[in-house]
Design a protein around this ligand. Structure first.
Ligand code: NAD
Length: 291
């Protein structure tokens, strides 16, 4: 590793708190080395109140770019000079590119990563009817990207908790920004009649909540009896790799059951491409770090 660090080596970074568990340094450094890119990637633990300091330091040092994880995604979006259309709509970014002139462009690749992962499993979103459970960070990025990518209908469901109002805002933003979407609405996840009707007329069901993630691994976001054969079921949760929802989807004979690990890979691959203009060796990275 030291051998390839020179006076020209460009720094890329991850900020957030905590970051010690992150697989990003391994994934990016492997890819830089593999492609012969003179760059290195480090993770920095930056608490929310230090976000501005960290961003100022990155400007001064003219790093190549940086990724952002919780809890700094919203704060960084407010500090960037420009935002991609998706990052603007979501109000958060996970990737910032430092342009040649030093300006910072914020992107969000969670949504593109999720949809790329669906594509890798043979599932297209354009023209489809989607039920999305969740209105937190991951779900919002997916709703926005799915709308930008031409879905016909998005029915969003969430519990009436502190995240519900965020879902109402997302619906408004999509309606304003994406004129050709036929229908987008939000309803209460506890309204089983409405939920059952929406899932029956949809062909993609996405869990964008923490339900199913350890220690909530025994929680199903929807009743299993709503699953049907025409549904492709996808989960954002990657711990465990196969969630209870995916198990039930397989038992019900759903046309696909896609886990969250691929979303993690492809959101990183999208950021890598924004940073370097080159494709990450995604299959190798998947084999090495995600299996
Ligand atoms: P968040 O805190 O922003 O949102 C949490 C969401 O979960 C809200 O909609 C909330 O209402 C819902 N929720 C919480 N407990 C619930 C329960 N018991 N039943 C039903 N709904 C419940 O979280 P986030 O950052 O959006 O993360 C959500 C999940 O997505 C996490 O499991 C996270 O690990 C995963 N995630 C995966 C990727 C990936 O690349 N695969 C990326 C980001 C997040």
């Amino acid at each position: 590793m030291e051998k390839r660090i020179t006076g020209h080596t460009r720094l890329y970074a991850l900020i957030g708190s905590p970051v010690g568990h992150s697989g990003s340094p391994a994934m990016y450094n492997y890819s830089f080395q593999k492609l012969g890119i003179d760059a290195a990637y480090l993770a920095f633990d930056v608490p929310l109140e230090k976000t501005e300091d960290a961003v100022r330091a990155f400007r001064t040092l003219h790093v190549g770019g940086f990724n952002v994880t919780m809890p700094n995604k919203t704060a960084v979006a407010q500090l960037a000079d420009r935002l991609s259309p998706a990052a603007e709509m979501v109000g958060a970014c996970n990737t910032v590119v430092v342009e040649e002139d030093g300006t910072l462009t914020g992107h969000i690749t969670d949504g593109t990563g999720f949809i790329r992962n669906l594509k890798e499993h043979g599932i297209e979103v354009a023209g489809q009817k989607i039920v999305l459970i969740g209105t937190g960070g991951a779900a919002t990025a997916i709703a926005v990207q799915a709308a930008l990518d031409g879905v016909k209908e998005i029915a969003i469901f969430n519990r009436k908790d502190e995240f519900y109002a965020n879902g109402e805002k997302t619906v408004d933003k999509i309606k304003k920004a994406v004129s050709d979407i036929e229908n987008v609405y939000i309803a209460d996840l506890d309204d089983r009649e409405e939920l059952g009707t929406a899932i029956a007329r949809s062909n993609i069901l996405i869990n964008g909540t923490r339900a199913g993630m350890s220690p909530l691994e025994d929680i199903l976001p929807i009743p299993a009896e709503f699953l049907h054969k025409d549904l492709a079921v996808a989960d954002v949760v990657y711990n465990p790799k196969e969630t209870l929802l995916l198990k039930k989807a397989k038992e019900a004979g759903c046309r696909a059951a896609v886990g969250g690990m691929g979303m993690l890979l492809w959101q990183g691959a999208a950021a890598f491409e924004l940073f370097t203009g080159q494709e990450m060796p995604a299959q190798e990275v998947m084999e090495k770090f995600f299996k």
